[in-house]
Design a protein around this ligand. Structure first.
Ligand code: T4K
Length: 377
């Protein structure tokens, strides 16, 4: 078979499940799309979503895209970056791929054990005369040390593009996560805390950069007779934008449900010796509870993470190892000579398990998962 059957294991509790608005609410918008016959290419639904999204994210300029990955790739392309890009290997394939697909060289920086974000204190030792940018990740929606990264970027004249794929709705103090760096990419994939089926956006603060991205996501077309850049097709369609409008209407409810699940796990598991929950680097972070990462120390528990993963799967609970392996160990990057000494990230990727968390998961189901983990260890 050419294509793997992706969702064979239908029964059970999966790491996530999309938060869906009421079907009737979505159908109202779908009816409007049917009525006006515009399905894509920045139609009225796209524009309504873009405005509401910009408001919600308190974003200067927000450009919706077909997914988070293309938003990141197009943003790097629009900045015309060529050279070394300091980034983290503790992430999804997309972050590193977006750098490499733009012809840049990733230089892997280690992470902080406490929150798995890029260790800002290790950035400067990686800067060379070829360094052009930093691409940190607000992994699990936990913010990077944005102030320190801004300071380093300013000192060395580097661009900062945040992979904020997980961080929709997150705030640092009173500031929306999208306000940091030169740009931030957010994913709206079905598995995210905020979803538009597939989708994403890039948030930027500079009008010229925004225009370049806006053209790049539509083949570089400026007008009917002018194609000014080698773009791609990364537009968000009307059905996705409609889902985005509906999802925005319910996002606060979704976060409240996720918080209840998060607190259940925290109460039941975080005091167990050998189990560690990552902490945001400062107190005043508004979280979105997008993921439920826990770290299992095999030296204390006498059992490694994989034993717990397999035990849960045996009981039809499908946790995930986000993020194992590190992107720096991917087969496609073997023999490429990308550099990086990342012992903290290596340890984290061997110990992490992200447990099921989504707005429809019940507290009873989360408690059942905690029981299974306690039994296993
Ligand atoms: N940067 C970072 C740091 C990211 O994490 C991601 C994406 C990106 C960039 C790129 O953003 P996008 O281009 O995707 O917008 C999933 C997601 O596909 C991916 O978006 C996400 N990160 C990554 C962390 O997770 P997989 O390969 O684990 O997905 P999959 O298909 O195994 O789904 C996980 C579980 O979710 C399934 O076991 C069942 C459930 N599920 C999934 C889908 C698609 C559903 O219940 N319904 C669904 O429709 O990557």
């Amino acid at each position: 078979m050419i294509f793997k059957k992706h969702f064979e294991k239908r029964r059970g509790i999966f790491v996530t499940k999309p938060s869906l608005p009421p079907a009737e609410e979505y159908m109202e918008y779908v009816r409007r799309i049917f009525d006006n016959g515009i399905l894509t290419n920045m139609g009225p639904m796209h524009e309504e979503f873009r405005e509401k999204l910009s408001d919600y994210l308190d974003a200067d300029i927000c450009i919706p895209t077909c997914n988070g990955h293309m938003a990141l790739e197009m943003t790097i392309q629009a900045m015309g970056l060529k050279g070394e890009v300091i980034t983290t290997p503790f992430t999804f394939a997309s972050t590193t791929h977006a750098i490499v697909r733009n012809g840049c060289t990733p230089v892997f920086c280690d992470i902080r054990e406490e929150d798995c974000t890029m260790d800002a204190e290790k950035i400067e030792e990686l800067i060379t005369d070829k360094t052009v940018a930093i691409v940190p990740v607000h992994v699990y929606g936990l913010p990077c040390n944005v102030d320190r990264i801004a300071e380093i970027a300013k000192k060395h004249n580097l661009k900062v593009i945040y992979d904020a794929a997980h961080a929709f709705g997150v705030k640092v103090g009173r500031k929306s996560i999208s306000q940091f760096g030169d740009a931030s990419m957010i994913s709206f994939h079905a598995t995210k805390a905020f979803q538009t089926i597939e989708g994403g956006c890039t948030v930027v603060h500079d009008k010229d950069l925004a225009m370049r991205i806006y053209h790049l996501i539509n083949f570089g077309i400026m007008s009917e007779e002018t194609v000014a850049s080698v773009g791609a097709n990364a537009k968000m369609n009307e059905f996705e934008a409609a889902m985005g409008i509906c999802s925005l209407n319910h996002f606060e409810e979704y976060v409240a449900s996720r918080k209840e699940i998060f607190e259940t796990y925290r109460r039941e598991l975080s005091e167990i010796p050998g189990i560690r929950l990552p902490q945001p680097y400062r107190q005043d972070v508004t979280m979105n509870y997008a993921y439920m990462p826990l770290f299992f120390d095999p030296k204390v528990l006498g059992k490694d993470r994989d034993k717990i993963y397999n035990y849960l799967a045996l009981h039809k609970v499908y946790a995930r190892k986000y993020f194992y392996p590190l992107t720096s160990s991917f087969e496609c990057y073997r023999d490429k000579g990308f550099s990086g000494y990342v012992p903290v990230a290596e340890k984290a990727s061997k110990e992490v398990l992200t447990l099921p968390i989504y707005s429809d998961l019940t507290v009873e189901e989360a408690a059942h998962i905690c029981d299974l983990i306690r039994k296993c260890i």
